[in-house]
Design a protein around this ligand. Structure first.
Ligand code: F0G
Length: 352
């Protein structure tokens, strides 16, 4: 049985036999083929991280961060979040018997993520301010109050846990892909993938690093612009971030891999969302679709060559954000009160 990422990759992680493992058996997410999105001779895989226990990749980092917080004797975890980190922190804190405090930008997180944090019993603070301000507050609070364990990705255990996704991809394919594409917000996850691939390369498991392709939303693209964005805006609320905490490390990992960081517009993100939902059969949240949009854009520009194998990380499940799902479909249910009405709507002939 799959034991969760700590037990599966214990030798690669900073845990000991004294670490109390807090797990929901996260990880082991599938690589789903997406035929037809890239041209002939190229392969596209979707690493569907939305199938983790709380519906996003955050569970990989949270199992380690909460286990280490518990090992250190902490009773309360705290984080700022655009939604998914708070959902994961709330769930793993519940599992660990710990208290969880989350600070979110008021009115700017997807409804499913808010519902998760509340349902798992977290104390949810809706801040009049954006994610960057929320993160600055919780970092300062965690410094002043040693009883609070900060579980944002500035906590090094988060990235250690998240790097296991890179291991899984190589272990599943039997080799490294040529490219790894993912959305970038606070820039922790792309840094974690860089760490994971580097660890496997240094251990001789893969000959070279995949090129890391990071995509930001055009209205929240500090790493593309080269400076912080004061008022980030995008439909992809998960990555509505103007001052990425791990920005410099992320850019270093991208450069080392020979990859790039680019921006995609909200229109491109929603186009990719629709295409994924209606032709591939996968609902991924808007932030995840930024990576799909980015790969489609690079494909149009002729960036990929025959033989390339691209893995796109779908970081969160589309059910997290049902408001966007409904808005994107653009239609309402058709009302009916009888079988005849249904048949008429289906334009079926009434049997004689
Ligand atoms: N995709 C999703 C679905 C996310 O929730 C996030 C980040 C990212 C991509 C970007 O990852 O920050 O490591 O570059 N969500 C954080 C949160 C900020 O609070 O849930 P990153």
């Amino acid at each position: 049985m799959w034991p969760g990422v700590i037990e599966r990759y214990r030798a690669w992680l900073p845990v000991s036999e004294h670490t109390p493992v807090v797990t929901l058996r996260e990880g082991n997410t599938p690589l789903v083929e997406a035929p037809g999105l890239l041209g002939r001779g190229k392969t596209l895989w979707l690493k569907f991280e939305g199938l983790n226990p709380t519906g996003s990749f955050k569970d990989r980092g949270m199992t380690l961060a909460v286990s280490k917080a518990k090992e250190a004797g902490a009773r309360t975890v705290i984080c700022a979040s655009t939604g998914n980190t708070s959902a994961a922190a709330a769930a793993y804190a519940a599992r660990a018997g710990m208290t969880c405090v989350v600070v979110i930008p008021d009115g700017r997180i997807a409804v499913g993520k808010l519902a998760q944090a509340l349902a798992h019993g977290a104390r949810v603070v809706a801040l009049a301010g954006n994610f960057d301000e929320a993160l600055a507050h919780v970092r300062a609070l965690a410094e002043q109050h040693p009883a609070l364990a900060l579980v944002n990705s500035v906590n090094p255990f988060r990235l250690e846990g998240q790097k296991t996704a890179a291991f899984e991809i190589v272990d599943a394919l039997g080799h490294a892909p040529t490219h790894l594409a993912l959305p970038v917000g606070n820039a922790g996850n792309i840094t974690a993938y860089g760490m994971g691939f580097r660890a496997y390369r240094d251990a001789g498991r893969i000959p070279a690093l995949p090129r890391l392709l990071g995509f930001q939303a055009a209205g929240a693209a500090p790493l593309v612009l080269g400076h912080p964005v004061e008022h980030p805006e995008t439909v992809a609320t998960a990555i509505r971030i103007g001052r990425p905490a791990s920005g410099e490390r992320a850019l270093a990992a991208v450069a080392e891999s020979g990859g790039r960081v680019e921006a995609v517009t909200d229109a491109e993100i929603l186009d990719a969302y629709r295409r994924l939902a209606t032709t591939v059969g996968i609902l991924a949240e808007p932030a995840s679709c930024a990576a799909v949009a980015g790969v489609l854009k690079l494909e149009r520009e002729g960036y990929f060559a025959a033989g390339d194998e691209v893995v796109v990380v779908l970081t969160g499940h589309g059910l997290k954000d049902p408001d966007t799902a409904r808005a994107v479909s653009g239609v309402e249910p058709i009302r009916a009160s009888s079988r005849a009405e249904i048949e008429a709507l289906l334009e079926l002939a009434t049997p004689s």
